[in-house]
Ligand binder design. Structure first.
Ligand code: SF4
Length: 129
């Protein structure tokens, strides 16, 4: 029996509705509804190898901000996002940091780094812009 998956392409603001027709073993038979080749690639990746960037915040101590924004520097497998969020909840930033600086190298052994996305100064110091 065929399976159908519908999704909205997020590659551009057009937001095309895409339909993916698959066989029993989730092999793609047909992709329709996309307005351009990027949509087809997006749909194929969503079925065969879905990935996501993870963005979040980490509590700060002794800094001018309460929370430090972070994200992975590359997308990770979608089925590891919850693990990533659980790991991020264990973190705390206790020193000044620069935008783009690595907070955790090889995050969860996934070959990506968790990076800071805002320069944050220690209490009593001014943040650089
Ligand atoms: S399929 Fe192409 S035109 Fe449609 S939303 Fe995706 S990128 Fe944009």
């Amino acid at each position: 029996m065929n399976q159908k998956v519908r999704l909205v392409c997020i590659e551009c603001p057009m937001g095309c509705g895409i339909e993916i027709d698959m066989d029993d073993e989730r092999r793609i038979r047909e992709i329709s509804g996309h307005g351009c080749p990027r949509g087809e690639s997006y749909a194929r990746a969503e079925i065969e190898d879905p990935v996501r960037y993870v963005t979040s915040t980490v509590p700060a101590r002794g800094l001018t901000v309460k929370m430090v924004p972070v994200r992975t520097d590359a997308p990770i497998p979608r089925d590891r996002v919850l693990d990533a969020m659980a790991e991020i909840r264990k973190l705390k930033v206790e020193r000044s940091c620069r935008c783009g600086e690595t907070l955790v190298e090889d995050f969860l052994g996934m070959g990506v780094n968790l990076i800071v996305t805002r320069t944050c100064a220690a209490d009593g110091f001014e943040e650089e812009r």
